[in-house]
Design a protein around this ligand. Structure first.
Ligand code: SF4
Ligand code: SF4
Ligand code: SF4
Length: 489
């Protein structure tokens, strides 16, 4: 049902909100539709079966990183991590399966194992509010750190050194190895998946972009949750562990912090958990500034990488690659530009557009802060589709390295499957730019249509809502054209 906002007589806030809540996006409950899937996710083998293949590949990556050839495009550590995994993650898993990567990620595996001391069993018992026996110190994470600022900064820091990270197998292995050790240490000291929720640098953008995903885990009926005495989805019971991300399903309405582990499906005694298929970009609520800044950081990085890797300015490339060029003063300038444009410049520009939006709307009750925070959602679809467009050449141009490296993962001259001699050849290079244009305009479409939904939530009347959209649409258009310029030239 479409929202009806009358232009002559202003609706009350309550009426507009009622209209919005009536607008129920369609959902398909996959667990009801496919009983075999329901059975699979309720099995205690579910997550371990997902993790096992990625754990094997992860160990190959570590071994290849530490002992294999230092030539990036001949080493599985670089080719699998920064070409295959990155592309699958950003272009397929996140948009279509939310944070399913977090269900199969090997990094928190040993930490979680240390907390549970079992692969498959569920331990009953009592650990703080949980009804599962958990090992380790189980400390609470400090309240002031319950946000994604640490993830924002650590991600930006990692990306500053990306020229080294994505070309040197040893550095990639060091970073991944350190993350697994940190995952264990945090799991031994703090309760549940604190490392994933608040530390992991990858988690921040997974959290933000999973809002667009076509998959969600939700309670089938929040009324059932209100009546439910056990709240086993968060506390756990003999059938499943309490949510490792500490989510209470009765109030769960955003994908951001759900790792799709499916423990709640097992532990809910009322069979009240759905795995829903839903339209793309259904969630439109950015709740805090740390989330909004994550969006700006991602957008800033996508722009910076597009300029560095696709542009013709060789000097910036040399600055970014200071380890090889020795241009450390240039590297400091490059880092300064990267950090200030992501953390200050882009948010400041968006603040200007938000200020204009409020001014033009003519609404006196909505603050600039609300306009900024709510409309900052537009950089989620814009950013995600820009990243997909940016990452496309990785697989189209460098994808053939995957075929050769499968046969010779360490670069030691093996030929396990007879493909080691496969020559580099780009895939459909003549169509690449057209696909990128389609992706960018799709991002723009979702940014603008979702901005409309947000305007209806934010403003009382159709007139105010439409006026407020003008500066935000202009901002989205400018971002889209900037990326078009980077990609198309
Ligand atoms: S948050 Fe990070 S470490 Fe945790 S499961 Fe997801 S990707 Fe892996
Ligand atoms: S255990 Fe099930 S019914 Fe109870 S609160 Fe959680 S999801 Fe709702
Ligand atoms: S909400 Fe359910 S699926 Fe999501 S992380 Fe918590 S227990 Fe896992």
């Amino acid at each position: 049902m479409r929202i009806q906002i009358k232009s002559k007589k202003p609706d009350s806030d309550e009426q507009v909100l009622t209209n919005i809540w009536k607008k129920q996006e369609p959902r398909i409950d996959l667990l009801k539709k496919f009983p075999i899937l329901d059975k699979f996710v309720k099995s205690r083998y579910f997550q371990n079966l997902l993790i096992l293949p990625s754990l094997i590949v992860f160990y190959m990556i570590l071994i290849a990183g530490f002992f294999g050839t230092p030539v990036g495009n001949k080493n599985i550590a670089i080719v699998f991590t920064w070409i295959l995994w990155w592309f699958l993650l950003i272009a397929i898993l996140v948009p279509f399966a939310s944070r399913i990567w977090c269900a199969m990620c090997p990094l928190p595996f040993f930490g979680e194992l240390a907390q549970r001391l079992t692969f498959f069993r569920v331990r009953e018992g009592k650990t703080g509010p949980l009804k599962n026996k958990m090992f380790g110190l189980n400390r609470k994470w400090p309240r002031f750190l319950k946000n994604i600022w640490v993830q924002n900064i650590s991600f930006l820091a990692l990306c500053t050194f990306s020229a080294v990270l994505v070309t040197r197998p040893f550095v990639t292995a060091m970073v991944l190895g350190s993350m697994i050790i940190l995952g264990i240490l945090f799991a031994l000291v703090y309760r549940l998946r604190v490392f994933c929720s608040y530390i992991c640098p990858v988690s921040g953008f997974l959290s933000l972009y999973s809002m667009t995903s076509t998959l969600e885990v939700r309670s089938r009926s929040t009324d059932e949750c209100k009546k439910c005495k056990s709240k086993s989805c968060i506390t756990g019971n003999e059938k499943g562990y309490g949510c490792p991300w500490f989510i209470y399903m009765g109030k769960h309405e955003r994908n951001n912090y759900c790792g799709l582990c499916m423990e709640c499906v097992k532990s809910c005694p009322n069979d009240n958990i759905a795995l829903n298929l839903r339209p793309f970009a259904s969630e439109t609520k950015i709740k805090s500034f740390d989330e909004a800044w994550k969006g700006f950081i991602m957008l800033g990085l996508a722009m910076a990488y597009s300029i560095i890797l696709l542009g013709t300015n060789g000097q910036i490339k040399d600055w970014a690659n200071a380890l090889e060029t020795g241009m450390w003063t240039g590297f400091l300038k490059y880092s300064g530009i990267l950090w200030s444009s992501s953390l200050l410049l882009l948010p400041a520009v968006f603040l200007g557009f938000s200020f204009l939006s409020k001014l033009i709307s003519g609404n006196k009750e909505v603050s600039v802060k609300e306009v900024f925070l709510n409309y900052s959602y537009v950089i989620v679809p814009l950013g995600l589709l820009s990243w997909i467009a940016f990452s496309l050449p990785l697989i189209f141009v460098n994808g053939s390295y995957i075929i050769s490296v499968i046969s010779d993962p360490m670069g030691w001259g093996w030929d396990l499957f007879g493909t080691a001699g496969f020559h580099w050849q780009p895939l459909l290079p003549e169509y690449l730019v057209y696909i990128q244009i389609i992706l960018l305009t799709t991002g723009l479409y979702f940014a603008m249509t979702r901005a409309k939904t947000i305007s209806e939530r934010l403003f009382n009347t159709r007139k105010q809502a439409i006026r407020s959209l003008i500066p935000i649409s202009l901002f989205s258009l400018i971002v889209c054209f900037a990326f078009l310029r980077f990609f198309v030239g």
